[in-house]
Design a protein around this ligand. Structure first.
Ligand SMILES: *Cc1c(COP(=O)(O)O)cnc(C)c1O
Length: 397
């Protein structure tokens, strides 16, 4: 059959058509009143999308750029920081903090798992200047308990900052950023926001802005204070990724439409969409006898699934691509060959979810050479959908 190329990867994700159009026709210069209006509107909308009153920055870089800025702006060489890691992105925090000369304390959980709050409590000491973690560990499909972890960090007082890489968490998980006391929360354009890679964003608390006055690590492009000053005038310190701003504006309009004109309601609808697609995907995988990689704490952003015994997950990824032009992700690092990851953050709908599960049935039959009960994954997902839709209708009455 004809094959449409489709992404089921936890970044980049499928692009919203309206964002693509907005980008393609964009030609404003960035030091003009029209662009300043767009820039300021997007930053204001981003506060609602993130769910914060804190100042938001949007920078031209991949997500890692703002992760780096969250180390360089908030620490001085020799500062003790705590990294909570349970996967490849947690390990990135370790590498970044070491690169800037921090004394890095590490609390790790095995891949596919999350942290015991008691272990974290024991690691937290008053001299820890910042705690770095992920909301969703995209390499394992695990979701961490940001609310519980934030409560522990805040109990330390104002000396300890909390920095959350929510690059696949935002738009898939509910956060009360200000209520929980998250000092820096980080996102990226190529995840739930449905636009191409190239923008990274963050919301920064007053406590974190104050830290920057004394933090001594070197920084230049990712100098958050410089960006904040420029943003107050509707500009960025350097040339912004202008066409991506146009795309971001269109994406935020789309989310607002999902909430019938209310961006906050739209954000919640986007989160619920990812949650439902994730639940359908988990049910489908289970119906085929597949095991989840993070069964105890699965994320809404993506579902990581063990390859069946004796099968390299690379064969599954390859079969999806070659037969259906569907791009799913292999495991990263040591997890390569062991698991595959199906994303459902951002611009995914019911038909995408049902379609990838139907394809999974055929892919499994091919790679294992064993019979698969066709329709089993689809049926399980349908049941989840029907149950949720029925509950929704009753709730609305
Ligand atoms: C995608 C992602 C990142 C950022 O990666 P970049 O390639 O720099 O955009 C960081 N953390 C998590 C959890 C991610 O999913």
């Amino acid at each position: 059959m004809l094959r449409k190329n489709r992404l089921f990867t936890p970044g980049p994700t499928p692009i919203l058509p309206a964002a693509q159009t907005a980008m393609a026709s964009f030609s404003l210069h960035h030091r003009t009143a029209d662009f300043r209006a767009l820039f300021s509107r997007v930053l204001a909308d981003m506060k609602e999308f993130i769910g914060t009153r804190n100042d938001v920055l949007v920078l031209a870089s991949s997500g890692t750029g703002v992760m780096e800025g969250s180390v360089s702006n908030l620490t001085s060489p020799g500062d003790k920081v705590l990294v909570l890691t349970a996967g490849k992105f947690g390990e990135r925090w370790c590498d970044l903090a070491k690169a800037f000369g921090c004394a890095v304390e590490v609390l790790s959980a095995p891949y596919g798992e999350t942290f015991s709050l008691e272990d974290v409590r024991q690691k937290l000491t008053p001299e820890i200047r910042a705690v770095y973690l992920q909301a969703t560990e995209s390499s394992t499909g695990a979701r961490h308990d940001v609310k519980g972890l934030a409560r522990l960090v805040r109990a330390q007082g104002d000396n300890t900052l909390l920095v959350v890489d929510a690059i696949t968490g935002l738009g898939t998980t509910h956060f009360d950023v200000d209520g929980w006391g998250i000092d820096v929360i980080i996102g990226g354009s190529q995840k739930a926001l449905m636009i191409p890679p190239g923008l990274a964003y963050c919301a920064v608390s007053e406590r974190a802005w104050a830290r920057m006055e004394t933090a001594k690590s070197p920084r230049y492009y990712f100098d958050f204070r410089k960006e904040r000053k420029a943003a107050a005038k509707g500009e960025s310190a350097f040339t912004p990724a202008t066409s991506l701003f146009a795309a971001l504006g269109a994406a935020l309009d789309f989310v607002r439409q999902m909430g019938n004109g209310d961006l906050v309601a739209g954000r919640e609808a986007l989160i619920n969409n990812a949650e439902l697609a994730a639940e359908m995907t988990r049910a489908g995988a289970a119906a085929l006898g597949l095991k989840l990689f993070s069964p105890a704490c699965p994320a809404a952003a993506l579902t990581a699934i063990h390859a069946p015994a004796g099968i390299d997950s690379g064969a599954i990824v390859k079969e999806f691509r070659e037969t259906f032009a569907a791009v799913v992700a292999n495991g990263q690092g040591e997890m390569k060959g062991k698991l595959f990851r199906i994303a459902h953050l951002g611009f995914y709908d019911y038909l995408d979810t049902i379609g990838i599960l139907a394809a999974l049935e055929l892919v499994l039959a091919t790679v294992t050479g064993k019979p698969v009960e066709y329709g089993a994954a689809v049926r399980a997902a349908q049941e989840v959908y029907a149950r949720t839709a029925a509950a929704h209708v009753m709730g609305a009455r």
